[in-house]
Every structure is written in C-alpha cells, then in structure tokens.
Design a protein around this ligand. Structure first.
Ligand code: NAP
Length: 246
C-alpha cells in the first residue's frame, strides 16, 4: 500500500497530538507540521513540548500551540475545558492522534500490582476515552475529521508478561472499533496504528538489551500516520493497521 500524501495535504488543518514531546508523538507533530498542519502539542513535560515547538518554527511550520496536561491526573472537566478553548480559537478540530502512552511494569499476570494497573488504564484508556468524548463535537465540525488511536502487537494478540499494557491496548482497539462503527455514516474516520518495534524511550525500557540501531525510527513509520490523518484515508475505518507490516 502506498501511503504517500501531497506535500501540503494538511494545510489549514488543526491537529492535536498527545505525547508530542518525545518519541513517535514528537515525530508525528513535526511531520504533520511539515505537511502544513497547525499542530496542538499536548503532553506532560513542558520543556519537551517547547523543544518540539521550536523545531516546528525553525522548519518554517505554522505556529503550533502547547497544551500542558498530565493525563494521569486530568479529569473530565479538563478535557471539556480544553475542547472549549480549541473551539473558541480554531472553530473545529480536524484530527487527533492519541499517541501518549505508558508501559507500566511488565510482569506475570498474578504479580500485576493494582496501582500499576490503574495508572496504565488511566493514561492509555480512560484519559483517551474522556478526551475523545469531549473533542467529538468539534471533530464533527471538521469536513473530514480523523481520530487515530495507538495500539500494539500485544493489543490484539495476548502475550505473556505484557500485563496491564497489553490489556490497555486491547481496550484501546475496542474503543476504536465501536467508535468507528458509530461514526461510519459520518465523514469522521477512526482507526488505530500499531507502530511496531520503533526506536524510542518506551521501546528501550521494554527491551533494554537490544541493539536500538537495528530498529526503525519514528520518522521511518510516518507515512501511515500522515495518510490516516489526511483526507486520503476516507475509505479506511475501524482498522488497526501495522506501520511495519511483516
Ligand atoms: P515514549 O517515547 O515513551 O513517548 C510516550 C509519550 O507519552 C511521551 O511524550 C510522554 O511524555 C507521553 N506521556 C506519558 N504519560 C503521559 C501522561 N500522563 N500525560 C501526558 N503525556 C504522557 O513512547 P513511544 O514509543 O513514542 O510510544 C508512543 C505510542 O506508541 C504509545 O502509545 C506506545 O504504547 C505505542 N507503541 C510504541 C512502540 C515502540 O516500539 N516504540 C510499539 C508499539 C506501540 P513525557 O515525554 O513527558 O514522558
């Protein structure tokens, strides 16, 4: 499948990226901006978001906005307020990339700590649920709204020792599928991406002994992200697509 999109395909689009200060989310923000989007950079570490912001400006991109938010503690009201602010400033939201995620502690099922389970489910599932609920009205105001969730290989094939993280990614795929089905008669499209092994901090903490140089970089997997966030993906809905198909 050819996922290439035109250089300015995202011009006049406002796109929110969560976890935009590091790893895949940072690269997605840079790539969306490179294709003309105005990117809203959401994350918990402001210095990292400022770095992404500076790189977008230096590359000649549209001025982004920074949304400092810790998805661990954020409540429904935070997301409602955020949606109101975005609507007030931009009138609509063309796309959201749910990318921020937490690995938690990988352990055998009977050793999963309740606190770890709660934290991972909070950031990877509940925060995305609340954020999507709050943003839906302004995503529907866009001509062709896009919602992208981030799953994992362990989000559709249970694998020993992947604990809360795998459970959270199954939930993410379920949320994506039901939302896609509910919105199938609209112009909004909802899909998920399985990035596959990618050279980031999260990957390094899951596989500390591997040679990271052998892994694809976030930039390598961007074509699928760009395609799904663009208007070209109108025919795709309710899918979890591998960014690195075997
Ligand atoms: P990463 O480098 O660890 O980046 C994760 C991002 O999420 C960071 O920007 C982090 O912010 C943010 N984040 C974490 N907790 C947050 C919170 N409470 N509030 C707001 N932001 C928070 O990970 P990555 O590898 O790029 O992962 C991106 C996505 O891809 C995740 O959903 C992950 O599950 C998925 N994924 C990755 C791989 C892989 O091989 N890398 C494979 C399959 C799936 P800080 O920088 O401030 O910590």
């Amino acid at each position: 499948m050819d996922y290439s999109i035109a250089k300015h395909a995202l011009t006049n689009k406002t796109i929110l990226v969560t976890g935009a200060g590091d790893g895949i989310g940072k690269q997605a923000a840079l790539s969306f901006a490179e294709h003309g989007a105005q990117v809203l950079l959401l994350g918990r570490t402001v210095t990292k978001l400022e770095q992404t912001y500076d790189e977008i400006i230096q590359a000649g991109g549209v001025q982004p906005a920074i949304i400092p938010l810790d998805m661990m503690g954020a409540t429904k009201q935070h997301y409602v307020d955020m949606a109101e602010t975005i609507e007030g400033q931009y009138g609509k939201l063309d796309g959201v990339l749910h990318n921020a995620g937490l690995l938690g502690i990988l352990s055998q099922f009977d050793q999963i700590e309740e606190d770890t389970f709660d934290e991972v489910m909070q950031v990877n599932v509940k925060a995305q649920f609340l954020m999507t609920q709050a943003l839906l009205p302004i995503i529907k105001k866009a001509d062709k709204g896009r919602i992208i969730f981030t799953s994992s290989t362990v989000g559709h094939h249970g694998r020993a020792l992947w604990g809360s993280y795998a459970i959270s990614k199954f939930a993410t795929e379920g949320m994506m599928q039901l939302l896609a089905d509910e919105l199938s008669n609209s112009t909004v499209r909802v899909n998920a991406i399985n990035p596959g092994a990618t050279r980031t901090t999260m990957r390094a903490s899951a596989y500390p002994a591997e040679d990271a140089e052998q892994l694809k970089t976030p930039l390598d997997i961007m074509p699928l992200y760009l395609y799904l966030i663009s208007e070209q993906s109108q025919d795709l809905n309710g899918l979890c697509i591998d960014a690195q198909p075997k």
